[in-house]
Every structure is written in C-alpha cells, then in structure tokens.
Design a protein around this ligand. Structure first.
Ligand SMILES: [Zn+2]
Length: 289
C-alpha cells in the first residue's frame, strides 16, 4: 500500500510538472524548425494578426474589437510567454484597436507603433491612457519606417504622409500598410487601406509583389482594386471578417475579382484562425486552429 501511494504521488507530481512546463516547452519546441508563423487570428469582425519569429519575437498587428484576441493569443503562444515585442496599431477604428486595450492589460508590450492620428472614440482614449499608465514606448510611423527581427524585415509603405496630431476624415485612410520579407518569402498587411491609398502607393511606386496578401478592410469593395491585386499578384490571400457580419464583408465583387485573377482566398469567417508557416524559401498553411 505504502509503495502504491508513493507511486501515485510521483505520478501526480509528474503530471503537474507536465501541465505546468511540458505544454509550453512543447509549443516552444514546435517553433524551433526555423519557420516564422503568421497567424490571421479569428477575432470575429475585425483584424488581429500575430507574427511569431523562430526566435520567439512577437509582433501583433491590431487586436480585433473585444477580448477574443486574448483566447486567440493563448492558442498561439506558450502559456509562459506574456511579452509582445511590438504592437502595431494600424488605425484608430475599434475593430482593430479595441482588443489592443485588453492586450495591454494582460501582456507586457515592449513598444507600440502608431501613426499619431487623433481618434474621437472612448476606445482611443482608453488606448492612450493604458499606454501612458504602462509606460509603453511609442513610435509614430509613416511610409519609410522600417523594423527588423533577425532575418524578418518590415517596411511601412502607407500612409505616405504623416498623420501625427491630425484627426482624419476617414480613419481607414491612415492605415499602416506594411510589406514584410523573410528570406525569399514576402507578405503584405494592409489594415483597412482603401482604393485612394492603393492608388497613392501605386503612383509612388512603392507597391510590389507579395506572396501572401492580407486583403484590406475585411474584403470590402472599397479596397482591393483590380490594378492593386495585379501588381501585388499574391499567391494566396486571407480575409479577416466575422461570420454573418452586418457589413456583408467580404463583398462579392472582391471575391469575384480574386476568382477571375485565379488567386486563392482563405477567410476567417469560414476557415477560422489561419496560420502560415513560412521558411526562408517556402510557405504552407493550416486552417481551423
Ligand atoms: Zn476594420
């Protein structure tokens, strides 16, 4: 009996150690294959994208609207990893910025990139208060700003003007659009940039091919012009939109345009969370995560 109890005790301790440390180490080890992970998180109607490098540096681009980003992040990151290296707030709309306020409360954020455009909502005021309270360093960016994490390099290609201190007519027009390169692989994250911003990027000559394109503005017809899609000529695209959302996103015109151009599309409203595993020479993806 006595030795049975000892064995039971050992089993219980081993199990506790496994759930405390084993799961996170397993996840961390999983990412040691040298691939970078690009997560299009299913946060309903909104955008939240996580880049997780092989060295476990994390960049979070937007946070969706509510707290769903937290459960999504807990799926993507080891339970022990509560630090995000860089948060990029593409623009001041609540379906991108709202969840970042939850992230600030639960994660240590090392830096925030924003345009400095002035929002008019309570969500925006909370965003500023939390950044001040947590003393998070911020950097106001526009086209030309760059960042690198190991062999991952990112460059902002829109907005082409500074919005620092400006209340814009349309928040979407201020969206931070970023071109990312990892080895030979490239991806373009567009926020909610619309056709006038697409035209401006084309006119300025800053737009180029990207292997993976996050379709702008949840697949709205106000973005993704034929000219834009032809220049980017992505191998694959992802749309972040909520199931049965009231905007009708993604709009059928955009879906049709992608079909005509023979560009495959993944959708969070149909495929759930999407993860691209990107090596320095190829990518693959999984859905329904
Ligand atoms: Zn949006």
């Amino acid at each position: 009996m006595k030795s049975n109890k000892v064995i039971q005790f050992i089993i219980v301790i081993a199990f506790l150690l496994l759930i405390t440390f084993g799961a996170s180490q397993y996840q961390a080890a999983e990412n040691n294959d040298g691939s970078l992970r690009l997560w299009i998180l299913d946060v309903g109607q909104g955008d939240s994208i996580l880049i997780d490098t092989p060295a476990h540096q994390q960049i979070l681009v937007d946070g969706g609207r509510g707290s769903s980003v937290l459960s999504e992040l807990s799926k993507a990151l080891p339970i022990t990893d509560k630090e995000i290296d860089l948060v990029i707030s593409t623009h001041d709309d609540a379906d991108h910025m709202g969840g970042l306020n939850e992230v600030f409360k639960h994660y240590k954020v090392d830096k925030v990139w924003l345009t400095g455009s002035v929002g008019t909502t309570k969500t925006y005021q909370t965003f500023l208060s939390l950044i001040a309270e947590k003393q998070i360093p911020t950097e106001k960016v526009m086209a030309g700003s760059t960042v690198s994490f190991g062999s991952l390099q990112g460059i902002v290609i829109s907005p082409l003007q500074s919005y620092d201190g400006i209340t814009p007519d349309s928040q979407n027009s201020t969206s931070i659009v970023m071109f990312w390169q990892y080895g030979t692989e490239t991806f373009l994250l567009t926020g909610d940039a619309e056709i006038p911003q697409e035209q401006a990027m084309i006119a300025r000559g800053v737009l180029r091919h990207a292997d993976i394109l996050k379709i702008s503005h949840h697949g709205s017809r106000t973005a993704s012009s034929e000219e834009f899609l032809k220049i980017v000529s992505p191998k694959i695209t992802a749309i972040s939109a909520g199931k049965g959302n009231s905007y009708g996103h993604p709009h059928q015109e955009v879906i049709d345009r992608l079909k005509i151009l023979n560009i495959p599309v993944l959708r969070t409203d149909q495929d759930g969370t999407i993860r691209f595993d990107i090596t320095e020479s190829a990518y693959s993806y999984k859905t329904g995560l």
